[in-house]
Design a binder for this molecule. Structure first.
Ligand code: IMP
Length: 451
């Protein structure tokens, strides 16, 4: 086996961390290919709790190399503090490399993200208070004119990357280019901050000095991510490309504009790490047995009443990065099938099946109704998706706890029926099912034995 891509098949927070941790133990190299510190996961490893936002959790496995690829955006302060914490725990951080082409999240990106979101929320609240929400035609979800970003500067950093005045890691070693990029960016950003958001402005000199102070930290970490992948594969090693967020948050394929600004999909793994698509031989799609979403945006199977609250509580659905309560709903097989198609998923890993224990009835959307039609296909237009209402298939629930199940035969019959229905609808094998928060609480080889 060579290169495996692991992606979230929903709106992020699918519980990828546990699986990444397991696969990383068999890999020689783990690569992050997109996103930044908007992601977050907590891993309990060797009895100790570790939280990561940027560094791949593979670093906890001795000898595993970890790379931040060119598609990642890096807040230097966050990376430095994560590495500092790892060093304090005597974990060898010399195995962490960074692509010189990765972009840096600058202080003005964070300020802009924060200012835009605050402004949008304030605007919406003022308008709502005066009985007018006409400015928010896509008004779905809480504070719908705001995206509900993590406010970590992700969107503005990718915007500047695409505008060709982003700051790359390599610019820290070229002061002339660095100053030029910052001057161009800040020239525009300060106008916005001052005149639109009533926010203090940034000084170019201070930003350049601050950026240069990170140069020596990055100097010893630079490596060509794609080259490292090719070397490892040519020596027979395994590489894991670790996606963050999820397919439905993808900039191109997600529920635009309520998306992140990168490409979490499997195709993005090639772009964001520097390899060709033929090197990838396995794409694992991770999906919860239900669905969660944070931030604004459409969510057809969202449960707003008591059942939603039960999922929040049983699944401990609060964000690792922002602490926000996640919106919860039933599994959406229409959206999951879409994710399987656009990623070329080869197998599914279902997580948090145990959270569904105790429901009399468990549901999964198998079609949507919109504009007087019913279809099991993902709608062509976002305007259709926004108004889609789910058509559910109902399954008899199971009452017994399943956290101790380790083989498919240990699962209640009704849970097996549920897993089999997922396999049939998506047309892919479910190769594992998470049944509890413990690292070992996983049922493997589900595909061969679902009811
Ligand atoms: P941004 O990535 O901070 O720009 O946020 C854009 C959207 O992606 C918002 O709806 C966020 O809540 C969502 N988002 C970003 N990162 C994550 C994540 O790791 N899990 C779930 N949602 C995320």
């Amino acid at each position: 086996m060579g290169v495996t891509v692991l992606i979230g098949a929903q709106w992020g927070d699918e519980g990828k961390g546990k699986l990444v941790d397991r696969l990383a133990s068999q890999a020689s190299l783990v690569v992050r290919y997109q996103g930044g510190n908007n992601a977050g996961h907590t891993i309990v490893h060797a009895g100790e709790r570790h939280s990561f936002h940027l560094v791949p959790s593979g670093v906890l496995h001795d000898g595993v190399e970890c790379a931040l690829g060119p598609g990642v955006v890096i807040d230097p302060m966050v990376l430095r503090s994560e590495i500092e914490v790892l060093r304090e725990k005597n974990i060898d951080t010399s195995r962490i490399t960074v692509s010189p082409q990765a972009h840096l999240i600058m202080p003005y990106h964070v300020a802009l993200d924060e200012a835009r979101e605050t402004w949008a929320v304030a605007r919406e609240r003022v308008a709502k208070a005066s009985g007018d929400d006409s400015y928010s035609p896509q008004g779905v979800g809480k504070d719908a004119s705001a995206i509900g970003t993590t406010r970590r500067g992700i969107g503005p950093a990718y915007t500047h990357k695409a505008s060709r005045f982003g700051v790359r890691v390599e610019d820290l070693f070229d002061e002339v280019t660095l100053r030029d990029r910052i001057e161009t960016a800040v020239g525009e950003v300060n106008l916005l901050l001052q005149h639109r958001f009533d926010h203090p402005v940034f000084s170019v000199d201070a930003l350049v000095d601050q950026a240069l102070s990170h140069a020596s930290f990055f100097r010893g970490m630079l490596a060509d991510t794609g080259d490292r992948i090719r070397q490892v594969v040519s020596q027979g090693g395994q590489v894991l490309l670790e996606g963050t967020q999820g397919a439905m948050l993808d900039l191109d394929h997600g529920t635009y504009p309520y998306v992140t600004s990168s490409s979490p999909v499997a195709g993005g793994a090639c772009v964001g790490s520097g390899i060709g698509p033929k090197m990838v031989d396995r794409v694992i799609g991770v999906a919860k047995a239900y669905v969660t979403r944070v931030g604004g945006g459409p969510f057809p199977t969202e449960l707003e009443g008591r059942e939603g609250e039960v999922l929040v509580e049983a699944g401990n659905e609060f964000g690792t990065t922002t602490g926000r309560k996640r919106r919860c709903g039933w599994l959406d097989l229409v959206a999951l099938k879409r994710a399987a198609d656009i990623n070329g998923i080869t197998e599914l890993a279902i997580t948090k099946l145990d959270v569904l224990s105790g429901f009399d009835t468990v549901k999964a959307a198998v079609a949507y109704q919109y504009d007087g039609t019913e279809s099991s296909r993902y709608p062509l237009l976002q305007s259709e998706f926004r108004v889609a209402t789910p058509v559910y298939r109902e399954f008899a629930g199971w009452s017994q706890p399943i956290a101790s199940a380790r083989s498919i035969d240990d699962l209640p019959e009704n849970a097996r029926v549920f897993l089999r229905a997922i396999e049939e609808f998506i047309g892919l094998p479910v190769t594992s099912a998470g049944v509890g928060s413990d690292r070992s609480a996983v049922v493997e080889n589900v595909a061969s034995g679902a009811a």
